[in-house]
Design a protein around this ligand. Sequence first.
Ligand SMILES: [Zn+2]
Length: 555
Amino acid sequence: MKNFKAYIPVLIALLISGLIIFVYQSTKDINKEPKEIYKVYLDGEYLGAIKSKRALENYIDNEQQALKEEYDVKKVYIPTGLDIEKNITYKGKIMSEKNMYKKIKERKNFSIRGYKVTISKGKNKNLSNDTEIADKINSNEITEDDSSNDENSEDEKIVLYITKKDIFDKAVKNFMYLFIGEDDVNKFVNDQQPEITTTGSIIENIYLDQDITIKESLISTDEMIYTTVEDLTKFFSFNENISEKEYIIEPGDTIESAAFKNEISTRVFLIVNPEFTSADNLLKPGQKVNVARMDPVLELAVEKHIVEDVSSGYKTIEKEDNTMDYGTQVVEVAGVNGISRQTEKVRYINGKVDKVYITKTETIKDPIDEVIVKGTKRNSSYTGGWVPAVFSGSWGWPSVSSYITTYYGYDDWHGGFHNGLDIALSGCYSPIFAIESGTVLETNSGCADISYGPGDYCGSGYGNYVWIAHPEGVYAIYAHMAGNVVVYPGQTVSKGQVIGYMGSSGSSSACHLHFGTFYGGTQYGSNGGGTGFDPLSLYRWKHVYYLVEVKGIVV
Ligand SMILES: [Zn+2]
């Protein structure tokens, strides 16, 4: 025990020293300065920690010299989506700025400071009223840096990025000059438009019919960023996917004539072909240029006050005269247009008329009504000359249909004298029969079965036809047939023989047979002095045109 007692101080000393060592070890950490570090996250992904945020930003800025030159900016910023969080810690690995820069660069592009421009679709609002007209182009309602604007309908908006604000202003002006002359704009801005004394027009308002916001912001260089007025003007005029329409310069072409030939303005030509600096630039024959049409992003509204003289049409009054033949008419008083002076408010969107309000109309000169006298005397029994009162033969009918759509005589629809019968409703390609025995005099089969309609003068308007000399001095034309005419000149045909098929050739609007009959003359038809007569005369003695016996069936 004695020994043990002797050990106690030693033990205590050991215990204390152990305690001291323990305390020392823990105070070693406590006494150490806690570190300030920055944890870097990119789009939620933890990339590591760095010593100084500022040092990283400066490193990025120094390294991104190329971006600065490309966008002509003084500083390049960390990418969007990069979060740097300050942390106090005693341990943890610290990365160098250089390594962090590499890690970020592998993942994402850096940002620059510029402007986000948001353009809404056209408002299509009504014309501004007179009190608002004082608005001038330079006071376009552009909201600046209004971060409270909610952008829920972003998808209906056009968003673009620019490096400098004046690029936007200048590009809008260039766009405006596509539709209004620079002179006219200047006169409007400076209140130098001449007043209208009689007729003329003045610009009352020029504005973009869209909500436009311009906000300063950091922009990822992933985005399309406009750095020049030319590029932005091109975007405003043609949208993103500028269509390529090539034109090859011909000898003698100037920029003006090449643009004119392709229905674009010289200004549009210069925007789409930026290699030319002015309309005076020379062109080489064979040179390829783009003559794409505009597809504007902006909606430039121009409101004009216009006073113009417009012609006011005369009315036509019709009178009837029963001593004049039906189908004839005489102009008793010729009509003369009047003149009225119209005051209008017109809104143009990108040069096209959008809305017109006529605010005043005054008569300068009254119109004179035209008076037309129309004959009403009908000669229903007109035969065009002498023909035998009754033909003795037993004439056949030329179609399987007995439906007559137009009779012989004056006819409103034809607008004159109809020299035959139109028989229809048996369908295209139904057979056509010789009405009696005879000799084929002439045929035509060169026309399309179905013409393009009235006014197709194939076969002198008759299309495909057959002329036949029948007994008793009767000549008949079977017209508008399909092209497969089955008889030939000189051929002898018998009564009821198929000579061809119904068509709509020549001046015809539907499948039908024009059946015309002529009498006398040395030749046939209108060529030989024969007299046209009503084909129904051939059947008159039977008193039944509509119940004609055809091929053994009563139709
Ligand atoms: Zn006819």
